[in-house]
Write a protein of this length. Structure first.
Lengths: 382, 382
């Protein structure tokens, strides 16, 4: 948990305007610096917008993953999703990154759907709810293009038997003091939540290689626990790269929230809804009138549409520069900027919808029949 | 937990000389009185030594189980074993009782082997240890004569997938305050132990009938939690009958302990060892010399050999009376009394050893292939 007067980041809530430099200091992680980026570019023969633009801004031991690529040992990837509702644009960032690493390095990917955790966390949420969303979210994840023979998607309540023996070994090493300190658990916290951190650690032990976890920074407390325990179990300390949150449409504070649909674009939003939401809600860095805007220019650092383009949607660096300059100078109006984002998002979502339909067929490969899934169902982690 | 200056009873330790009347008050249970015993005798067309002699001395809602037998609804039985080592004579009391109820009323029996809990509890115990003992203990349990088509023996780490969805629903209703109060958990308690009580509740929900739990009184805290939750889940409050501990060979305090082999007779002890242990260690109520014994008589209330005969091993009431009188009068010497117990135990263990060999064949029916086992492996508790 990172808390100060201005913002707070925990695995369950984010409030205030997150200061990412402060977060690096508080969480004790490292900035993802140019040296690492250059090494990755060389090894991957490419570069990804999410890294170039610093959307992934922080890491733990990412340099060691690069070492393991260089020395031929390889690595595997792990990320997950708390299936608490429909997925929005912000949720896919770690998955897009994970898929890119898989493609570049032919690495195995493990995706945990934490139906137990989401049920345990939310008083009003039923287990049927979190299972329904596990299925729906899996379709959205698969649509991003994972390799069905190198990706295993599993739901905690379904895969528990394979994980439980190792989970209790991990649980035996985690006492109440620790989870109280790390997650802020209280006397009122239910015993399911208290046990759950042991389960989230287990996939980092799915292979005897280094595990790279692309995930939002709020999940880092779990990896801190993992890193204290891993070597005692004969595994590697997890390596992680941390992404910033895409700011909510409505402004730079907090993160997109399922309970406030106007803060987010959902993967299920049709072209008209996307247009309407961005036009109506996207927080603008522009001036109050066209005249003032032409005179003083807009502020792309505050403008959510520009931030979304920069953090994720516009892959072309030259184009991002052009937009930034024109907007800052006043040459480009907020409406024009929004139009660019609307088109980018709708292009993305059109492809996504088609791929999501196909995923209804292929989901069985990711969960059961694919090469990696078959292997994992035959593995009891001990 | 029941603690006072003199004795303490928790699911993990028993110290001091247990005052069972006090325990009934502290735990808020009811004495198993003559009225209930008479009703049971009538319904069962019989009577069992463990009930006649008050070895089972306390209950919760046992009257309601008798109602449900009378009104034709029936009931089911649940008990368990923490597989922390070899089983001794004291361990089999609840199983002998359970088996009798099954035989008399053709009731289903569920036997939980808590390999997870024993591993989580003991710092030095490995999961392999508790699994090995799960197998060994299951053989001893089966040898007592359970019906392979009406008995399901399961190990938590093996059956977890079928229980976990319901276990997290139960866990969601149990907060840290509660387990702290009920079990005395501390900041140092590991998160596996903290979650575990939710799992021990689940078998009480295996059927939509009343569940009768014959178990030592130290397990009662779990049933208190169960009884607060059951009706909210649409199940019955568990009913329980509680047995006293057979006193350790070495004296009336505490309970037999695996770490002090001289305190217990193990089911694996051969005739010579039984003889030697009882002759050497069994706490005697006799006088210091034969002359004094003849003059003042022995004290059967303190004599562990007599207590074992009375609580379990001598089924014939008239014979118990005779022994008691003769010992109290000084007519029977401690050596003679011990001889009676040695013969009783060795007769029992000789039969047990043969049945335990047969259990190596039938264990698969209890765990996997029997009628009830088959049904339970196809059931996910929700």
């Amino acid at each position: 948990m990172a808390k100060d007067d201005k913002f707070s980041v925990t695995p369950w809530t984010v409030t205030g305007k997150v200061d990412y430099d402060k977060l690096i200091k508080k969480f004790g992680t490292q900035p993802l610096d140019d040296n690492l980026k250059r090494r990755l570019e060389k090894l991957s023969n490419g570069s990804h917008v999410l890294i170039r633009r610093n959307t992934f801004f922080s890491h733990r031991d990412f340099d060691k993953v690069l070492d393991d690529i260089e020395n031929g040992m390889g690595f595997f990837l792990y990320t997950g999703r708390g299936p608490s509702g429909p997925m929005h644009i912000g949720h896919i960032i770690p998955f897009v990154m994970t898929k890119w690493f898989q493609e570049k390095f032919k690495a195995n990917v493990y995706i945990e759907l934490t139906d137990d955790e989401k049920f345990l966390y939310d008083e009003k949420f039923s287990l049927d709810d979190s299972r329904k969303w596990s299925y729906e979210n899996a379709l959205d994840i698969i649509a991003l293009g994972f390799d069905p023979d190198r990706t295993f998607i599993f739901q905690d309540t379904e895969y528990i038997k394979n994980m439980y023996p190792l989970a209790i070994k991990v649980a035996k090493k985690i006492n109440y003091s620790l989870v109280k300190a790390v997650f802020g658990f209280k006397n009122e916290t239910n015993v399911g939540m208290i046990f759950y951190p042991a389960l989230q650690v287990i996939p980092t032990f799915f292979e005897r290689k280094r595990c790279l976890i692309p995930a939002a920074i709020d999940q880092d407390p779990y990896w801190r626990i993992q890193r204290d325990l891993a070597e005692g179990f004969g595994y590697f300390k997890a390596s992680a790269i941390h992404n910033k949150f895409l700011p909510p449409l409505t402004g730079p504070e907090g993160k997109m929230s399922a309970s406030q649909p106007e803060t987010a674009i959902y993967l299920s939003d049709g072209p008209e809804i996307v247009k309407k939401k961005i036009m109506k809600y996207a927080f603008s860095g522009g001036q109050a009138t066209v005249e003032l805007h032409r005179k003083y220019g807009g502020n792309p650092d505050l403008d959510v549409s520009f931030q979304w383009l920069k953090l994720f949607f516009e892959e072309d660096d030259a184009e991002v520069d052009r937009i930034e300059k024109e907007y800052r100078s006043g040459q480009m109006l907020t409406g024009e900027l929004k139009e660019i984002l609307i088109n980018k998002i709708n292009e993305f979502l059109e492809v996504h919808r088609a791929k999501r339909e196909e995923a209804k067929e292929t989901i069985k490969d990711f969960k059961v029949n694919g090469q990696l899934a078959l292997k994992m169902w035959n593995t009891i982690l001990e």
